[in-house]
Design a protein around this ligand. Structure first.
Ligand code: HSE
Length: 309
């Protein structure tokens, strides 16, 4: 194979109660990337559209991930990479994760698939480290595996794919302000009270159980975050109003997508998800802050090959 065009999805990490442990991928929002073998045996980022990002392969996550994979490989190939970003970095929708996991996936395809999914996740986590200083797996594994994922353990890395109820839709509102993941992690506390920890892990159990049993009421009751959201929501203008509007218009729950500022809601059915989108629109419409809203089914396939030559 000489050339590969892929779609790498945007992702919602944490999913309220599952900080650094839960995530899901979106069907209708993501980046496109083209990977083309070159004659020079080096990695080059030849085009970036849709965001101001470095072309330096030691700084851009795309270069970091591709170089790490090729270092561990006997076959020496060169690759030109084009990146077409459809959502901005610092959105809370896994922008760096889409680039990192897209690279891991595509380089593996060009090499003839020597790496396992878990190894690809580890390579993509190197990209997350380059982007925000921490090897976080929730966004990258959601992008790679698709659907809902649970990072059951970081050491050793253990990713569990969870089922996706058919009628589940996500609505996301992305205020056009940037929050760096590192800054959103810096506001967190290292200490959690036993009471809050109990609430949090009970909700993770409830959410996982709700996904397995198609129990939308249980999913709704479990979409609560008493640990991270209270500390981060002040970084996001009008967070409480958007959340209230989403829930009073029928959403199962709403919360911060990853490290924000995007706010996500989950709904049963497309009609409700669209009603929720309208209610979010109404909250943000007169704030003077630009925003984008997307309604999407959950992506159950992960990264998709759009074209290969
Ligand atoms: N779980 C991460 C966080 C996702 O919330 O900081 C952002 O990459």
């Amino acid at each position: 194979m000489k050339e590969l065009t892929i779609f790498s999805p945007a992702t919602v990490a944490n999913v309220s109660c599952g900080f650094d442990a839960l995530g899901f991928a979106l069907e209708s929002l993501g980046d496109e990337m083209i990977f083309r073998r070159n004659e020079k045996s080096n990695i080059q980022i030849t085009k970036i559209e849709g965001a101001e990002l470095s072309y330096d392969i030691n700084k851009n996550v795309v270069g970091v991930v591709a170089q790490a994979m090729l270092r561990d490989q006997s076959e020496k190939i060169g690759i030109d990479i084009e990146v077409y970003k459809n959502f901005k970095p610092g959105s809370g929708l896994g922008s760096s994760a889409a680039s990192a996991s897209g690279t891991a996936f595509a380089v593996n395809e060009l090499l003839g698939k020597p790496f396992s999914m878990l190894e690809l996740t580890k390579y993509a986590m190197l990209g997350e480290e380059a982007a925000c200083g921490s090897q976080i797996a929730d966004n990258v594994s959601a992008a790679l595996y698709g659907g809902f994922i649970l990072v059951r353990s970081y050491d050793p890395l253990d990713i569990i794919s969870l089922p996706v109820p058919d009628e589940l839709y996500a609505t996301v509102i992305h205020p056009q302000i940037e929050i760096k993941t590192k800054d959103a992690r810096d506001v967190l506390s290292d200490h959690v009270s036993l009471k809050d920890a109990t609430t949090q892990w009970a909700n993770v159990g409830g959410l996982v159980s709700g996904l397995y049993s198609n129990n939308y009421e249980l999913i709704s009751n479990s979409l609560q975050d008493v640990v991270v959201e209270p500390l981060r929501k002040r970084l996001i203008p009008h967070f409480d109003k958007v959340k209230e509007a989403a829930i009073s218009n029928g959403a199962l729950g709403a919360g911060i997508s990853g490290s924000g500022p995007t706010i996500f809601a989950l709904s049963k059915g497309l009609d409700t998800a669209q009603k929720v989108a309208k209610s979010m629109h109404n909250v943000y419409n007169n704030t003077g802050i630009d925003f984008e809203i997307h309604v999407s089914k959950i992506n159950t396939e992960g990264i998709k090959i759009l074209d290969k030559k």
